[in-house]
Design a protein around this ligand. Structure first.
Ligand code: GLU
Length: 428
């Protein structure tokens, strides 16, 4: 989230500018790609359950549609800001480009806290969001999806409102829909599993047996839950995970050195990914301060919460045992922290590569909706694995060939692809 000292959009621009310079990109293309093509800000008036009225602020940013319709999630968060949404939209452009799917980058958000809203009020916000933006989104323009604190249910309400307005069934308008309602099997797993597919490849490349590794995770939302699931299925040992506590308004780290089992932990977790501290102690977990996920003696760190978590203050605390960082979240690491990580010689699998599994599966969801024919879970996961593996190796090869940081290599691939589309269309 943006604050006085941290602005994610400035960070996204800083990352872009550095690589644009390396690529020798011309000025017009730089000017075009360092800002969003379009951004919408609007009011969403809602009648609350108690009969009062409240006005929520909504956004949709379309950073780029050069390679296809804009694509990206919608976040519900009390600290949402337009600059966060702009940064996330830009990162979506690089994400769809690095896995080479025919989509652009967008993002949306509403400043609200679903913790304090009934389901009916949340439904009203979803429908209100669509009413404000229906003319400017759609299967051929801009396709939303779930993100922080939004789910398949929210997507379905949004789809229903869109179809009511247009008068047509348009399942390709939105992705991350529930199974049986136009959703794809394996979409819930896709982001977390995708991140672990890239980690698996990185470990293979470095000749490390995943079964002998340990990992610490930040966050216990959708991405982290499935990342832990697949990582442990592969034989890795997850020893720590942090999770937000709404009542305390801070996070805690749950550590069990004998290992974490995702399903067991899910049994004591609410729908927002908050782990019950008392029950965790009963299951043999130590409850530590939230920030302790980062200084654990492990091989792998997986920041899978929000942006600005690995920064100039926290990066020096990374234990000398850490060899890999897999960014499940969007923008968790600041450019200052990147410098520290480079010095520590840690292999970075950057966000828009590591967490591209979600949007890749969203693309498969659109394809299946267009065919009106749905694949088996195995088929979805095999295709996802192939895409992630291919994108990982293309990035890693470039990083090694040009001797650049993995984040820069991923940026070089994505920016080149988008810049080429912009040029070929004759835009700049
Ligand atoms: N919100 C997810 C992301 O940040 C998924 C986006 C999508 O499926 O369009 O990648």
């Amino acid at each position: 989230m943006a604050s006085e000292s941290f602005n994610p959009f400035k960070m996204a621009q800083q990352q872009f500018d550095a690589v644009a310079e390396k690529l020798g990109l011309d000025q017009a293309t730089r000017d075009f790609l360092r800002t969003p093509c379009r951004e919408y800000h609007f009011n969403i008036p809602i009648r609350m359950d108690d009969g009062s009225y409240k006005v929520y602020r909504g956004f949709r940013v379309q950073h780029s549609d050069a390679r296809g319709p804009a694509k990206g999630g919608i976040r519900f968060h009390p600290q949402e800001t337009i600059d966060t949404v702009k940064a996330l939209a830009m990162w979506m452009t690089w994400k769809t480009a690095v896995v080479d799917i025919p989509l652009g980058g967008g993002k949306g958000g509403v400043i609200c806290d679903p913790h304090n809203l009934s389901m009916r009020e949340q439904e009203a916000i979803c429908r209100g969001w669509v009413r404000q933006i229906a003319r400017n989104v759609g299967p051929l323009q801009d396709v939303p999806a779930p993100d922080v604190m939004t789910t398949g249910q929210h997507m379905l309400w949004m789809l229903d409102e869109y179809e009511t307005i247009t008068g047509f069934k348009s399942p390709g308008f939105i992705t991350g829909k529930p199974i049986g309602m136009g959703g794809s099997l394996a979409r819930p797993e896709a982001t977390g599993y995708g991140a672990i597919f890239t980690l698996r490849e990185a470990l293979k490349e470095k000749g490390i047996d995943i079964g002998k590794t340990t990992a610490s995770f930040q966050g216990f939302g959708n991405v982290s839950q499935f990342a832990i699931d697949l990582y442990t299925q592969y034989g890795g040992k997850a020893i720590a995970v942090s999770s937000w506590d709404q009542k305390e308004q801070k996070s805690f780290t749950f550590r069990r050195k004998s290992g974490i089992d995702m399903k067991e932990l899910l049994g004591i977790t609410n729908r927002f990914g908050e782990i019950d501290r008392i029950k965790a102690v009963e299951l043999g977990f130590e409850v530590l301060p939230g920030e302790d996920w980062i200084d654990q003696e492990v091989d792998i760190l997986v920041p899978a919460a929000l942006e600005n978590q690995v920064n100039a203050q926290t990066a020096p605390q990374i234990h000398s045992s850490v060899k890999f960082i897999v960014e499940g979240a969007n923008g968790p690491t600041t450019p200052e922290a990147d410098e520290i990580i480079k010095k520590k010689n840690i292999w970075m699998i950057p966000d828009f590569l590591a967490n591209a599994g979600g949007v890749t599966c969203s693309y498969f969801e659109q394809v299946q909706c267009n065919m009106n024919f749905f694949w088996t879970k195995e088929e979805v996961l095999t295709r996802l694995d192939n895409k992630m593996t291919e994108a990982y190796h293309a990035t890693s090869e470039l990083a090694q060939k040009r001797n650049v940081y993995m984040r820069d290599a991923a940026y070089m691939i994505s920016i080149s692809r988008v810049a080429e589309a912009v040029k070929m269309r004759g835009w700049v």
